[in-house]
Design a protein around this ligand. Structure first.
Ligand SMILES: CCCCCCC[C@@H](O)CC(=O)SCCNC(=O)CCNC(=O)[C@H](O)C(C)(C)COP(=O)(O)OP(=O)(O)OC[C@H]1O[C@@H](n2cnc3c(N)ncnc32)[C@H](O)[C@@H]1OP(=O)(O)O
Length: 736
């Protein structure tokens, strides 16, 4: 791939303080990429004294000598209008303003005079204000503008002897934050940089060799990118220097409510909550006044609801759960945005166990595949990550995250998901139920692409130990789960999760430590971290897609699942499937323990196909699959001839070793006659394997599968006791 070079052809850029150091570097770099540059410099000294046109002229000459377009401006930034006027007169527009000019008047705080203070504030803060205001209307008319404010580490962290400078520098960040909000709708973006580079201003505070090695050309590329039309960053703060760029943001501790209903708030309560107030574990990252305020509104209702004084605005992880349905129901969570591309689609497919071992999976794992697609059940991902955070600040819902389990999930797709895009989701607390042993929170989420409704999710969260608050037990709003038919399943598919399945799945956005952190899991009462419910859900959904929809995600309509027991990473999942028209009922069992883990589940498809154990009949690699499918069919026929009332279901699977094996589930429960005698009723889950040449013989009709079985060429694996008994039974029948 060759990335297109970033061009500034046709753009007009003003750089203040461009006679030397960083400003000069910016001016040269913009001009080199085609911009017309106004090189502004008063030509004074670093303390704000003196005046000369030489500095700006020299840079203009340099630019012109290289064939670039530039004009000099010698006015002070305090004459902001004049600077912008030069740009408009000479080049007819102004697209970019880089507020870079600055001086120093370092003094320890008590020795800082009024003049020291005012001068610094006038040049840095007022100067940037005046220049930017002069450009604003023009940028608004053009519907394009890029503004850079120059802050400093001295402002962000403080620095001895720079009280005037550091306050002005951080003042610029505040100015930029507001301009970013006011300019957004006119495509005027304002970002702040805190550069570290050797310059006239830093040579007084840094050793000479450091000044020499921290070159201005290690800063300019960030400024150019932030000012380019392709860059959508707005309101960001970046530290930059030495060839490194990093972004900064605010972090807020979960804090502590230190007020109780109908009681005065006291300094002692603040003292007693101090550790929690200053504890940044699970900190939040508010990025707007609205987000910041939300927590306060939440505190008001939590204190009003009474009894929740232990909980922080964002419900500390170990705080006890507290549910107030009348406050919580109907609450709308902040709208969330999810931007994704092929990377997230592929990561999700890997997270739910897809593998290049199965050629059918390639269309979900390789963005260059002609049918590259996003798995249909990826529809649970866009809303999920954002709401994990949003959920913890809903008034009336104080959830102890160590006790929160995913109870049920419903997903309905209205059109196939794209492989990239930006989706927005809106979530409402639809209902809160009191199940005695826990509380169930129903979260309805609509996800949109622009105005178009793409999918609907209902997340059902089971908060263990939070029941008993006297709420209702059932809800008309809950999407019902449905029992599986009583007959034997039409097809069963087995798949192994890996030891790292949860570590992989969480990269799709559910960062809940319950799935990776042993001590967090222990607090929740688990011996080890458990698998995400939505991960086993993903396995089951793709089993249906494979068996009944030829892996075609556009055939998927809806899915409902109840998580009845946790799955541990590394366990094998066995999905039993029953076709009832276009609805496929499913039940998932952990093969190693025989525990049912997903129940009451179903997938609705657009036109379900018949269960087809046969893999696609093409490609050399699939030859053995074909053979297994064929032998399975013949075994089934032979089996039903031999043991008339045994229900035999054949499926095929990829085993742990990567081999394809025939797989025959025999349900003895329903058979009549002599099989009901004796200790043999029950479920046998048996796998038959056979040497390749024998398969070929079976397929070619040279070897009867019954004979293969009784001659020992066909091996039995699975529940050993039961399979041995089964062998005996089958042999008994054969004798008959
Ligand atoms: C924003 C959204 C983000 C979403 C992501 C969520 C964060 C994720 O990171 C978290 C996870 O993925 S956790 C992993 C997946 N989930 C699990 O493993 C839970 C497995 N289920 C259980 O352990 C039990 O069913 C258990 C513990 C849930 C219930 O067991 P018991 O307490 O023994 O309940 P029981 O006595 O059987 O039944 C009592 C009543 O509760 C109903 N119920 C049972 N299981 C339920 C479940 N899974 N979901 C909903 N309701 C459930 C029962 O029906 C019964 O109610 P009623 O008497 O009215 O029928």
């Amino acid at each position: 791939f060759t990335a297109m070079a970033l061009s500034f052809e046709g753009r007009v850029v003003l750089v203040t303080g461009a006679g030397g150091g960083l400003g000069r570097e910016y001016a040269l770099a913009f001009a080199q990429r085609g911009a017309s540059v106004v090189v502004n410099d008063l030509g004074g000294n670093t303390k704000g004294g003196g005046k000369s046109s030489a500095a700006a002229d020299k840079v203009v000459e340099e630019i012109r000598a290289k064939g670039g377009k530039a004009v000099a401006s010698y006015d002070s930034v305090e004459d902001g209008e004049k600077l912008i006027q030069s740009a408009l007169e000479r080049f007819g527009r102004i697209d970019v303003v880089v507020n870079n000019a600055g001086i120093l008047r370092d003094r320890s705080f008590p020795r800082t005079s009024d003049v020291d203070w005012d001068l610094i504030h006038r040049i840095h803060l007022r100067g940037s204000f005046l220049v930017t205001r002069a450009a604003w209307d023009q940028m608004k008319k053009q519907k394009f503008g890029r503004i850079i404010m120059t802050a400093s580490a001295a402002g962000i962290y403080g620095n001895f002897g720079q009280s005037n400078y550091s306050s002005a520098k951080l003042g610029l960040l505040g100015l930029a934050n507001t301009l970013a909000i006011e300019g957004r709708k006119y495509n005027i973006h304002c970002n702040t940089v805190a550069p570290v580079a050797g310059s006239r201003l830093t040579e007084t505070v840094m050793p000479p060799d450091l000044v020499a090695s921290l070159k201005p050309e290690y800063v300019a590329p960030l400024v150019l990118w932030l000012c380019h039309e392709q860059c959508q960053e707005n309101g960001g703060l970046f530290e930059v220097g030495a060839g490194w760029v990093g972004k900064l943001r605010w972090e807020r501790s979960r804090g502590q409510i230190v007020r109780q209903k109908n009681r005065a708030m006291t300094p002692e309560a603040v003292r007693d909550g101090w550790d929690r107030i200053c504890d940044f574990t699970d900190a939040t990252k508010p990025s707007s006044v609205q987000e910041s305020l939300q927590a306060f509104v939440s505190v008001l209702s939590q204190v009003d609801a009474g009894g929740q004084v232990e909980a922080s605005p964002a419900a500390a992880a170990a705080a006890p759960s507290g549910i107030n349905p009348s406050v919580a129901i109907g609450q709308i969570l902040p709208r969330s945005t999810f931007t994704f591309n092929h990377t997230q689609c592929i990561l999700y497919a890997l997270g739910v166990g897809m593998s290049t071992k199965d050629p059918d999976h390639l269309r979900f794992l390789y963005e260059g595949h002609p049918d590259f697609s996003c798995l249909s059940h990826f529809g649970v991902i866009p809303p999920q990550a954002a709401f994990m955070e949003g959920l913890t600040s809903v008034p009336g819902l104080t959830i102890d995250l160590t006790q929160m389990l995913h109870g049920e999930q419903y997903l309905e797709l209205y059109r196939p998901l794209p492989t990239s895009g930006t989706l927005t989701s809106e979530a409402t607390i639809a209902d809160v139920l009191d199940k005695g042993s826990g509380a169930v929170v129903l979260l309805d989420v609509n996800t949109y692409s622009g105005e178009e409704l793409i999918c609907y999710n209902q997340f059902s969260l089971f908060v263990v130990g939070a029941g008993g608050f006297g709420g209702k037990r059932t809800s008309a709003k809950s999407k019902a789960s449905l029992p599986a038919p009583k007959r034997a399943p039409d097809v069963v598919m087995t798949d192994c999760t890996t030891r790292d399945q949860a570590a992989l799945y969480r990269l799709s956005g559910d960062w809940n430590p319950l799935h990776i952190d042993p001590s967090f899991a222990a607090i929740g009462g688990f011996k080890a971290p458990i698998l995400h419910g939505l991960c086993s859900f993903g396995f089951a959904a793709r089993h249906v897609l494979k068996q009944f929809a030829n892996n075609e995600p556009s055939r998927f309509k809806a899915i409902k699942v109840r998580f009845v027991k946790p799955v541990m990473p590394g366990q094998s999942l066995q999905t039993a499937m029953w076709k009832e028209g276009s609805r496929i009922h499913i039940e998932c069992t952990v093969k190693e323990t025989n525990d049912v883990v997903l129940s009451g589940a179903y997938v609705d498809l657009h036109q379900a196909a018949e269960a087809s154990p046969e893999p696609p009949a093409q490609g050399g690699a699939l030859q053995s699959d074909l053979v297994f499918a064929e032998i399975g069919r013949r075994i089934k026929e032979a089996g039903s001839e031999l043991v008339k009332k045994v229900n035999a279901v054949f499926s095929w699977e990829i085993t742990k070793e990567g081999r394809t094996a025939a797989h025959w589930t025999i349900d003895l429960k329903n058979d009549g006659g002599s099989l009901q005698k004796g200790p043999y009723s029950g479920k046998a889950d048996v796998t038959f394997t056979v040497a390749d040449q024998d398969f070929m013989e079976v397929v070619q009709g040279k070897l009867n599968p019954q004979k293969a079985f009784f001659s020992g060429k066909l091996k039995v694996r699975g529940n050993i006791m039961l399979s041995q008994k089964l062998e005996v039974i089958l042999k008994d029948y054969a004798k008959l």
